[in-house]
Design a protein around this ligand. Structure first.
Ligand code: ATP
Length: 779
């Protein structure tokens, strides 16, 4: 049996599932198509693609095509949609939908997965609601017979939200929005360099007619001076407000000014605010006293272009798989679902409600009821809005300041190895502290740096932060205050406690990986002995390995995945340019296979080897045989290389080089094999947009959490398990977990990773979608 042929008796046998992309294209749509087609085939269904959106459904013919397993090879790394999309006027009208229904029945299609924006999904919902009437009408008009329509009484539809705007209610992210955000941040980073060189102001217009998600998130990620979004227009005196903020930023020494404006921005009365208007305000001294050399950049379609970021690749893949599962689970009574993501959890939600809620946002904006518009957006959106407002104009947010008796001296320390987002988190924490009246204090070079403190030069390792210094850190990689893996006990806990007392820390904010977790555990345990350590302490996990217990996501892991995905794309291309080749790529990740697995999911690896599963000879033999089959069955048209990802600690014996040698030996010149080690490239240069934005949101939550321990008496603190905590994304929530619980119940100390790793189930998806045969047992 050819490796990709499904066994004959699978649950979806006989079902015909069609996939369609509609509305504006977005990066990641191809990942969704690949996942739907392959999952459908694997589950025993027949898979179809409808080309050119609803136009293809209305026209039928060659625009509805049956798809095979290898038709979607390599699609994960392609931008846009390879099956086309179109705006279809005919589908707005009933006759168009009637024709579409006829084509569905004639092609025997009983289920449809549609990836598109709110318009496309509104159309889908209408189509499903009308379906019984449409097929009845086709019989009445004698276009189809009663016999023909009999098997198609119910139409199964599942929506996938593909849109760069992230404007659909009920889901935190749409397929493509993080790719568009990444592109915007990349462009703003470029512009910032020239703006700073010439001391210029730039007004940058980004997409978003009714939704300010892209503008707001780019503002958070890049530390923009001012942001205009449609959901929350500024007060009537917005001109003065903007100029005051910018004048203040200039006064403290900023050489660049960035204003981000969503294309749908307007004032509280619905009057459009244009980039040109802002330019005049910033450059004409007669308006509000500023005379900045101001330029306008409209980013336009660049935002849609390019390949998808890692997140959009695995999100679209997992949602595509879930869409097919939803179709196969559906009964005639099941309400039509769409596939959402909330924080880190993929869920099915009723499509009708999401469409209604989405339209409500637009209605609220039109009615100038902006409080309602903000309420209708997801809580994450308001969180980010608050985070943005807190981290900009710190000195002007006087209404957020706490009374003097509540002010704290909060120490910030980085522990472990650099990870994308560490500086952005620090910047946000400092901004929040300053806004509230706290004193943010930098501890340089981790606990080793603290311990190297000299009485005569105390300023070297411990000092107060200065806002101008950190303001430019939003997009900076590495660790600006220095990071070190050393644990407090290595310097002597008594000495560390003495320094805590000396500097009168009232709270500690740790940012880092497993060492930071371990350090916090040591400090917590030492509280019984040293009262200076009885302060609230919280950890924001940051490590590319994503192996910190208490969270499913660590800062830096997304940056790392993007680096790996870009690396794999290039390697794959080199393979296709030369000859048929397998690359075995060794990833970092410590004893956690997270980045290897998620990168495998994002690039379509043929196999992923992790420390959790290990590597054994039967597994290698099966995979090598599988590769032989794959290359034997390859028609030769697709010359792209195949990738295997192996975590650096997956096996003590089988490393990337050895496995590549084994494959080469067995391939007998039918294909090539090479190993490749990206090494420290994986720590990334500029942090990803996701790491930057999440850093800001989570860091602010951490300082808010420390603030809750107003009563810092020893006894009270020891009583409250959350006084030493780790913040994390767990499933659909952001939670603080008590360190003691996490240390004792959730930590695999020997392997330095969580006991239950949420992503383990994803390994099966990587295998299924690459057609890897079942992994044989070791013996
Ligand atoms: P984007 O977010 O990129 O704008 P979208 O899916 O919202 O994507 P639209 O142009 O609104 O894009 O819709 C795409 C297609 O979906 C339309 O051309 C039309 O064929 C169909 N469609 C949209 N709204 C409806 C509707 N109310 N009734 C029937 N069909 C619709």
């Amino acid at each position: 049996m050819a490796p990709h042929q499904p066994p004959p008796t699978l649950p979806g046998k006989g079902k015909r599932i069609a996939m369609m992309t509609s509305g504006g294209d977005s990066p990641g749509m191809n990942g969704a198509i690949r996942a739907v087609i392959r999952t459908a085939i694997e589950r025993g269904c027949e898979a179809y693609c409808i080309y050119e959106g609803y136009e293809g459904l209305v026209q039928g013919g060659n625009l509805i095509r049956k798809m095979g397993w290898s038709d979607v090879r390599g699609w994960l790394s392609e931008g846009g949609t390879l099956i086309g999309t179109a705006r279809c006027m005919a589908f707005y009208e009933r006759p168009g939908r009637l024709q579409a229904a006829k084509n569905m029945v004639l092609n025997g299609i009983d289920a449809l997965v549609i990836c598109g924006g709110d318009g496309s999904l509104t159309g889908a919902d209408k189509f499903r609601a009308e379906w019984p009437g449409l097929i009845e009408e086709l019989v009445q008009k004698k276009e189809l017979t009663a016999q023909q329509i009999a098997p198609y009484k119910h139409l199964n539809i599942v929506g996938l939200v593909g849109s760069i705007d992230n404007d659909m209610s009920g889901t935190d992210a749409t397929i493509g929005c993080f790719s568009a955000l990444a592109r915007i941040c990349e462009m703003v980073d470029y512009i910032e360099a020239t703006a700073s060189s010439h001391s210029r102001a730039f007004v940058i217009e980004v997409m978003g007619r009714h939704c300010g998600w892209l503008a707001l998130m780019a503002g958070v990620a890049c530390g923009a001076d001012f942001v205009f979004i449609p959901e929350k227009p500024r007060a009537d005196d917005w001109q003065q407000e903007m100029c005051k903020v910018i004048a203040e930023h200039r006064k403290i020494g900023k050489r660049k000014t960035i204003v981000l404006i969503a294309e749908g921005a307007h004032d509280r009365h619905g009057n459009k605010i244009s980039a040109e208007q802002i330019k005049v305000l910033l450059s004409d001294p007669t308006k509000c006293g500023l005379s900045l050399d101001t330029r306008i950049t409209t980013l336009g379609h660049v935002q849609r272009g390019g390949t998808a970021v890692a997140y959009d690749r695995y999100l679209s893949t997992l949602q595509g798989v879930e869409a097919v599962n939803a179709i196969l689970d559906a009964t005639p009574e099941t309400p039509t679902p769409f596939i959402a993501i909330n924080e880190n959890k993929i869920t099915r939600k009723p499509l009708v409600q999401a469409v209604i809620d989405t339209k409500e946002v637009a209605k609220a904006i039109d009615a100038q009821d902006y409080d309602r518009a903000m309420k209708l957006r997801d809580t994450e959106f308001s969180d980010f809005y608050e985070a943005y407002m807190t981290t900009t104009a710190t000195s002007l947010n006087t209404d957020l300041a706490l009374p003097a008796q509540k002010h704290m001296r909060i120490a910030i320390i980085h522990v472990g190895a650099p990870a994308g987002g560490v500086n952005a988190a620090t910047r946000a924490a400092v901004a929040y502290c300053l806004t509230r009246g706290h004193t943010p204090i930098a501890i340089h070079n981790g606990f080793a740096g603290l311990a190297r403190h000299h009485d005569d030069k105390p300023v070297g390792s411990v000092r107060e932060f200065d806002w101008l210094e950190v303001d430019g850190w939003a997009s900076r990689g590495g660790s600006e205050i220095g990071m070190n893996r050393e644990l407090p006990e290595e310097s002597g806990m008594a000495y560390i406690a003495e320094l805590f007392a000396k500097y009168k820390f009232d709270g500690l904010f740790l940012i880092g990986g497993f060492e930071a977790f371990h350090a916090l555990s040591q400090l917590r345990k030492a509280q019984t002995e040293y009262s200076s350590l009885c302060i609230p302490m919280t950890l924001l996990p940051a490590t590319i390995s994503n192996n910190v217990p208490g969270t499913e996501y660590s800062l830096g892991s997304d940056t790392c995945l993007n680096e790996l995905v870009a690396y794999c794309d290039k390697i794959k291309q080199s393979a296709s340019a030369s000859r048929r080749r397998v690359f075995v790529i060794e990833t970092q990740g410590g004893r956690s296979g997270y980045i290897a697995t998620l990168a495998g999911l994002s690039v379509g690896a043929v196999a992923v080897y992790t420390p959790e599963e290990g590597v054994h000879i039967n597994m290698l033999a099966a995979d090598i045989n599988h590769l032989k089959d794959v290359f034997a069955n390859d028609s030769g048209q697709s010359r792209a290389g195949r990738l295997i990802l192996i975590n650096e600690k997956a096996s003590k014996v089988y490393n990337g080089k050895l496995i590549a040698d084994m494959i080469r030996e067995e391939a007998e010149n039918r294909f090539e094999a090479r190993d490749s080690v990206p090494g420290h490239v994986q720590q990334g240069g500029t942090p990803s947009a996701m790491d930057r934005t999440r850093a800001v949101r989570l860091a602010i939550k951490c300082i808010e959490h420390l603030e809750k321990f107003e009563d810092r008496s020893d006894a009270k603190l020891k009583e409250d398990p959350l006084s030493s905590s780790v913040i994390g994304i767990k499933g659909a929530s952001v939670v603080f977990s008590p360190m003691k619980d996490v240390e004792q119940n959730e930590t695999d100390w020997k392997n330095r990773r969580p006991k239950d790793e949420f992503w383990m189930y994803l390994k099966a998806t990587v295998d299924t979608l690459s057609g890897r045969p079942a992994v044989p047992p070791p013996h």
